[in-house]
Design a binder for this molecule. Structure first.
Ligand code: THU
Length: 145
C-alpha cells in the first residue's frame, strides 16, 4: 500500500474494515459506495455503509450508520473512525456526518481511497472547528438545573 500518511497496525486494521464494509454499500442511485469503521474506546469496531433510498432524502451516510450501530450496542466513546471511498483523493465526511461525529467528542478520522490507497488523517475537531456540541446546550439557562 502506498500511503501519504503512515498508520499503525490498529489503524491499518480499521482502514481494512472500512474498505471491506464499503463493498456492502447500498447505493443504486449515486453509485458512490462509502464504508466506515468506528473504533470504540474498548476496542470494539462497528461498521457502517451508506444506505440510499428511492426517496433520496431518506439516505443515510456510512459514518452515521456506523455511529448508530455503535450507540445501539451501548458504545458512546470512540477512538477513531476510518472512512473509505473510491475517490483517488480520499473523500471527507459531509457536514451532517461531521456534526453527528462531534456529538461524541474528539477522536481520529482516517480517510482512505480504495483506488489510490491514499490515507489522510485528521480529527473530528479538525473537521468541524467551532462546533455546536452538547456543551453548548449546557450553557443555556434552560438547561442549567
Ligand atoms: N455519503 C456518505 O456515505 N458519507 C459522506 O460523508 C458523504 C456522502 C454517501 C451518501 C450517498 O449515498 C452517496 O455518498 C453520495 O452522496
Amino acid at each position: 500500500m502506498t500511503m501519504a500518511e503512515t498508520v499503525d497496525a490498529n489503524e491499518r486494521e480499521l482502514v481494512e474494515t472500512a474498505l471491506k464494509a464499503m463493498k456492502q454499500a447500498y447505493c443504486p442511485y449515486s453509485k458512490f459506495p462509502v464504508g466506515a469503521a468506528l473504533l470504540t474506546k474498548d476496542g470494539t469496531v462497528f461498521s457502517g455503509v451508506n444506505v440510499e433510498n428511492a426517496s433520496y432524502g431518506g439516505t443515510i451516510c456510512a459514518e452515521r450508520s456506523a455511529v448508530v450501530s455503535a450507540v445501539t450496542n451501548g458504545h458512546r466513546e470512540f477512538k477513531a473512525i476510518a472512512i473509505a471511498t473510491e475517490l483517488e483523493e480520499p473523500a471527507s465526511p459531509c457536514g451532517l456526518c461531521r456534526q453527528f461525529l462531534v456529538e461524541f467528542g474528539n477522536y481520529d478520522v482516517i480517510l482512505v481511497s480504495s483506488t489510490s490507497k491514499r490515507i489522510v488523517k485528521s480529527t473530528v475537531r479538525d473537521l468541524l472547528p467551532g462546533a455546536f456540541t452538547p456543551k453548548s446546550l449546557d450553557k443555556h439557562a434552560g438547561n442549567s438545573a
